[in-house]
Design a protein around this ligand. Structure first.
Ligand code: SF4
Length: 424
């Protein structure tokens, strides 16, 4: 197998198994398990491969993709060959459009619909790599917070509405016909895009009047927004028993942790795993007591996230030092400590991004409070991105180290105090 050409290794690409992305700690290789499903034995095997061919760090992205870090030009061909031979990745991965669909890991009918959309889209040429279709079957977890070019939402049993660029809604459509309806929209979009591929990269780039022409469905009202879902914990799944949804702090775990988690899940009788866009792993088909036991193990033995009010769910952080050679601070370790200290602010809705350098791998977009690593200290950006002007510079590690038990960090971190006041 040939190594990918250097031009594929630039930021802005959607990385895949065959086309890794260069990062500060080596190549990032994204995996799409076949059918978006894994077993505990497969999860253990991927953990072993992460150790053998990468630096042992495994991530779940904010689109529910699995990523191995620290792969090298030498190890990548052998990793890919093993993944393909053992059918741990989708055979289409890297050979066509990226995975289009995003579903809840607890979805029922939505999973089959997403698979149908993926299969139909493979026959359509000219779709941009970053196009995304959110498939929300109206189950336990609303996907309203995730951006998508197309959005299929269950609005009644067996009935869906389809949103285009979150501007135009069409329907109703029988869920059995929704896959075909989406494929028609994608094919018409690809045909329009062929006229100006550089100008039309997403559905939102079309003039509003063009959106309804992508389908023959009638206009429909936008479905009402649903409450924000729980992102971790115990979930009933009807006839499929219960799910234990475990979050990875900052979307990342080492191979040993995932190996132990998969082993524990298997011991509790789990055979079905799905990845969560809330950067976690759902273990499905468990008896209630077994799911609770698995959550207890994940929290107490592995330090993973099993409650929706865990402050780490509200923080984005990259690996930082020592994992990343470009890091100027220990971003992840500092973020974990800071998340505990400002848990009330995070619970009130503050968004925090801690980046080991200006490259901003964990979150390109804005956050309420962004800390950017600079030679061991942090630049402080309020309501901006890591590339925006820093209002101040902090020696955060020293501040955290000097905190006395019970002392409020706000007293030592004026920016956090100002944000707290703004939200009160
Ligand atoms: S943002 Fe973080 S992971 Fe990315 S290069 Fe900088 S330190 Fe490394």
């Amino acid at each position: 197998m040939n190594a990918p050409s250097p031009e594929t290794l630039r930021r802005g690409w959607c990385p895949s198994t065959l086309k890794p992305m260069e990062t500060g700690d080596g190549w990032l290789v994204r995996l799409h398990p076949p059918g978006a499903r894994l077993t505990p034995a497969e999860l253990r095997r991927i953990a072993a491969l992460a150790r053998q061919y990468g630096n042992g760090l495994i991530e779940i992205s904010a689109r529910g993709n699995m990523q191995l870090r620290g792969v090298t030009a030498e190890s990548h061909p052998r990793l890919v060959a093993t993944l393909l031979a053992e059918r741990l990745v989708d055979e289409h991965d890297g050979a066509g459009p990226q995975r289009l669909t995003l579903t809840s890991p607890l979805a029922g009918a939505g999973i089959a619909l997403a698979a149908e959309i993926e299969a139909r889209a493979r026959d359509i040429t000219g779709l941009p790599a970053k196009l995304s279709v959110v498939v929300d079957d109206g189950g336990a977890q609303s996907l309203d917070a995730f951006a998508g070019d197309l959005r299929v939402v269950g609005i009644a049993p067996g009935i869906a509405a389809i949103g285009l660029a979150d501007r135009v809604w069409l329907g109703p459509v029988d869920e059995g016909q929704a896959g075909e309806a989406v494929a028609t929209m994608l094919a018409r979009f690809a045909a329009l895009r062929a006229q100006a591929p550089d100008a039309i990269r997403r559905l939102r780039d079309l003039p509003p009047g063009a959106l309804p022409t992508l389908s023959d469905l009638p206009a429909a009202p936008a479905p009402p927004e649903r409450p924000a879902p729980r992102r971790a914990g115990l979930f009933p799944l009807g006839s499929d028993g219960f799910a234990a949804l475990v979050g990875l702090p900052f979307g990342r775990a080492d191979a040993a942790t995932l190996d132990r988690l998969a082993t524990a899940a298997e011991a509790q009788g789990c055979s079905k795993i799905r990845l969560s866009p809330w950067r976690g792993i759902a273990f499905r088909g468990l008896a209630e007591a077994d799911a609770e036991a698995l959550l207890g193990f994940a929290a107490c033995e592995l330090g993973l996230i099993v409650r929706d009010d865990d402050p780490r769910l509200s923080v984005q952080a990259c690996a930082g030092a020592p994992a990343c050679l470009r890091a100027e601070t220990a971003a992840m370790a500092d973020a974990a400590r800071l998340a505990q200290e400002i848990a009330p602010l995070l619970a009130a809705g503050l968004t925090l991004h801690v980046s080991g350098c200006v490259k901003s791998c964990a979150q390109p977009g804005a956050a309420d409070l962004t800390l950017v690593g600079r030679a061991g200290r942090y630049g402080v950006v309020i309501a901006g991105t890591a590339r925006d002007h820093a209002l101040a510079e902090l020696d955060l590690s020293a501040i955290l180290a000097r905190l006395q038990p019970g002392q409020e960090i706000h007293a030592r971190l004026p920016m956090a105090g100002r944000l707290a006041g703004r939200r009160a």
